[in-house]
Design a protein around this ligand. Structure first.
Ligand code: GUN
Length: 299
């Protein structure tokens, strides 16, 4: 693999972790142990892996964490009751309910029930609204926040850039658009948000300076959709059958990496691009939640 145009998400995540660790140390000197509680409902295999990775990273950075696993058939009221307890527990600074939830549970109700001050996912309507209004001070969702940080720390010009975002989900596409369209430093971009009903997605992609692929279609972005020199960020995690693989499947992104890398100016590998940044931003949000809750108490 060529390496000269790679955006190394693992290395950049380590930079963020180093900053987070020093904030953890300061909190501990002040007698505060930052803490993050995970809730998983059911046995979704991908969610198990993701929460496990987040827990291990928290431990490495000195953040206390614990996971409550609720059975698949837990009623929504049971989950809301647990959230009320965690919201009221002053020793808990961050709360994360791993998505997707079983279909009988309304995600919007659940995300709205996490205290905005502990909403390190940035999914509460108050935090989503603050992001949209460009108010600052709220929590920014971790994956789009991580993509933003990757662009900034890789020296990609965002100001005035034509950015095409593929996918309009609440976790990545919509907040990504909100981040990059703000009248602010490291933003001021022109955003095109493409989705499953968009006509001629390739046309928009070809004029983009930055493509952010988050639509969940394996290998969707091909070389002939990318302007030479453009930056390509691959958020996708898709399972494709592979009888040769030990588990019978492989994980691939939304970008046809082998074909696109030679055309792109900069590109994220996948894995090793966006994934590590999502976790880094979660840890940073948690430490900020702990700092803010500590400041509140001191006042
Ligand atoms: N599922 C996929 N991405 C995320 C995320 O960033 N947070 C939560 N809670 N669930 C997810």
């Amino acid at each position: 693999m060529l390496t000269d145009n790679l955006i190394d998400g693992r290395a950049i995540a380590q930079e963020v972790h180093a900053e987070t660790e020093s904030r953890v140390a300061s909190l501990k000197l002040a007698g505060v142990e930052p803490s993050l509680m995970f809730i998983r409902v059911g046995e979704d295999p991908a969610s198990k892996v993701y929460v496990g990775m987040k827990e291990r990273t928290a431990a490495r950075l000195g953040i206390r964490s614990d996971t409550t696993v609720l059975p698949e058939n837990t009623p929504e009221t049971g989950l809301l009751e647990l959230l009320r307890k965690l919201n009221a527990d002053a020793s808990v600074h961050g709360v994360l309910v791993q998505a997707p939830l079983p279909v009988h549970i309304d995600e919007t109700n659940v995300f709205s029930a996490v205290s905005p001050a502990k909403d390190v996912d940035g999914f509460h309507p108050l935090n989503a609204g603050k992001l949209m209004l460009g108010e600052g001070g709220g929590f920014v969702p971790c994956t789009p926040g991580g993509v933003h940080e990757l662009l900034i720390r890789s020296g990609v010009t965002i100001e005035g850039a034509d950015v095409v975002i593929l996918g309009r989900g609440n976790i990545v596409g919509k907040p990504m658009a909100a981040i990059l369209c703000q009248k602010a430093k490291y933003a001021n971009a022109t955003i095109t948000l493409c989705h499953s009903r968009s006509r001629d997605v390739a046309k928009y992609c070809r004029r983009a300076d930055i493509i952010i692929a988050a639509m969940g279609v394996a290998g969707f972005v091909k070389a002939n959709m990318v302007k030479p020199g453009a930056t390509v960020i691959d958020v996708g995690v898709n399972r494709v059958d592979d009888p040769a693989a030990e588990k019978g499947y492989r994980l691939v992104g939304d970008v046809d990496f082998a074909a696109v890398q030679p055309v792109a100016g900069k590109i994220t590998p996948n894995p090793g691009g966006v994934g590590p940044m999502t976790i880094a931003m979660l840890m940073r949000n948690t430490v900020r939640a702990a700092e803010q809750q500590t400041d509140e108490c001191a006042r």
